[in-house]
Design a protein around this ligand. Structure first.
Ligand code: ACO
Length: 401
């Protein structure tokens, strides 16, 4: 490669780092992650403490605005969100156009993108007030879209929320309330969802967050950037892994529960199969979120009186991996997605909705990262490449080719 082709835009050399394994794309004061020691902190607070003591809306505020809210700040934030929790009735027509079989992630990303068209003024975030308005707008409307994506799939009529409920309880009610019947919040389900959302709320420069930042760096609007992030999250190597894990565990169960057979498949380099929910780009010891979720899975299933044989299959796989040189040498441990689906399933959430639940949790992280990117006045994201194609060639008329 000619050294000239490596020259960067500012005169330095272009580095090639596929997958950005060693490349920082920005500076950030939001989330600290130490993959060797399994440490994750939002704005300096440990994930263990937040999952134990905070609620999701407090964590959302913390991520977005940098500090834990006072009671007054939290109340105002919640009220402002509630005031924005209606979605233009015409958005329902777009939803109507999707087949019932449409994957809810496709529905969610499309409707989030549509919100941009319905709220064109939200693209202006030059003042603090405009930024705040765009944030509460999406925090209010996103759960409605999530609930609608589920209700479309399950054939339930669309509904709005209940302003008397907390943020997470309201989401549960919007998702699960059946027509002409009461919906009673189960505190076990509500606490479990709150914890899961907190654990998913941010994870520094992962694939979807980097997408949100890079799309936003062109000064595309917040909702448009989020829609791109949702699509990035959908992939099975990222957020889509939670659905893939459950399908894999289910397949193992159907196949007689022979975990060793699937371990062998995962290690076979000729077989594209991977043990879904294992491995992480940054965590090379353990994923602290997976540790919390594993304990929560036992607690939640116990409290709900659910016995799910796939939980035992999951634990069996983890145990085998811990004693298998292939997994040990490559530092492959369960990630956040390995046990989360088992809890979602116990809560009555359909498998295809799992990644949507991830998106719901990640929303404040995406918003915080997007806001930081705009406030830091980051330049447009525009990576370079090293060209490896043909050199200069003379054009040939079609008759001569
Ligand atoms: N099963 C079997 N082997 C694996 C797995 C797995 N789940 N994950 C990685 N490996 C192997 C690779 O084959 C590779 O082996 P090699 O060195 O012999 O070639 C080695 O471990 C390193 O893997 P990479 O793919 O290079 O690691 P990378 O950091 O690029 O990928 C990823 C990380 C995408 C998470 C990967 O571990 C994976 O595909 N896991 C399964 C999907 C998953 O659970 N994704 C969710 C991640 S968490 C999140 O995004 C929310």
């Amino acid at each position: 490669i000619d050294i000239k082709t490596l020259r960067g835009a500012t005169g330095g050399l272009t580095t090639i780092d596929p997958g950005y394994k060693n490349t920082g794309s920005c500076t950030s004061a939001i989330t600290f992650l130490n993959g060797e020691e399994g440490i994750l902190r939002y704005r300096g607070y440990s994930i263990e403490e937040l999952a134990d003591k905070a609620d999701f809306l407090e964590v959302a505020y913390l991520l977005i605005f940098g500090e834990l809210p006072t009671a007054t700040q939290l109340e105002k934030f919640h009220n402002d969100i509630k005031a924005q929790s209606h979605v233009d009735e015409d958005v329902k027509k777009i939803l109507d156009g999707f087949p019932k079989s449409a994957h809810p992630m496709g529905v969610l990303s499309s409707l989030t993108s549509a919100l941009m068209a319905f709220n064109p003024s939200s693209v202006n975030v030059d003042s603090e007030e405009d930024m705040y308005n765009a944030i509460v707008k999406i925090m209010g409307k996103f759960p409605v879209l999530v609930a609608w994506a589920l209700r479309k799939r399950t054939g339930q009529p669309l509904d709005y929320g209940d302003d008397n409920l907390g943020y997470v309880d309201n989401i549960l009610k919007m998702m699960f309330k059946k027509a002409n019947s009461e919906y009673k919040i189960d505190p076990v389900v509500s606490n479990a969802l709150d914890k899961l959302l907190i654990l998913h709320a941010d994870h520094e420069q992962n694939c979807s967050t980097s997408t949100v930042r890079i799309v936003g760096s062109s000064h595309a609007g917040l909702f448009a950037s989020l829609s791109a992030g949702i699509n990035a999250l959908w992939g099975p190597l990222h957020g889509g892994a939670n659905q893939a894990v459950l399908e894999m565990l289910e397949a193992i169960k159907e196949d007689g529960g022979d975990t060793k057979k699937y371990m062998a498949k995962a290690k076979d380099k000729k077989d594209p199969f991977r043990l879904m929910g294992f491995g992480h780009r940054v965590y090379k010891n353990f994923d602290p979120r997976a540790k919390i979720i594993k304990v929560a899975a036992d607690d939640v299933l116990g409290a709900l009186g659910v016995e799910d044989p796939i939980l035992d299959i999951a634990k069996g796989l983890e145990q085998e991996a811990l004693n298998d040189p292939y997994f040990v040498d490559r530092k492959l441990y369960p990630n956040v997605d390995f046990y989360s689906g088992i809890i979602y399933r116990a809560m009555g959430i359909p498998t295809e909705m799992f990644t949507v639940m991830f998106a719901l949790g990640r929303l404040p992280g995406w918003i915080a990262q997007w806001k930081e990117m705009r406030e830091n006045k980051e330049p447009i994201g525009r990576p370079r490449q090293v060209y490896t194609g043909e050199n200069h060639r003379a054009f040939k008329e079609v008759s001569e080719r």
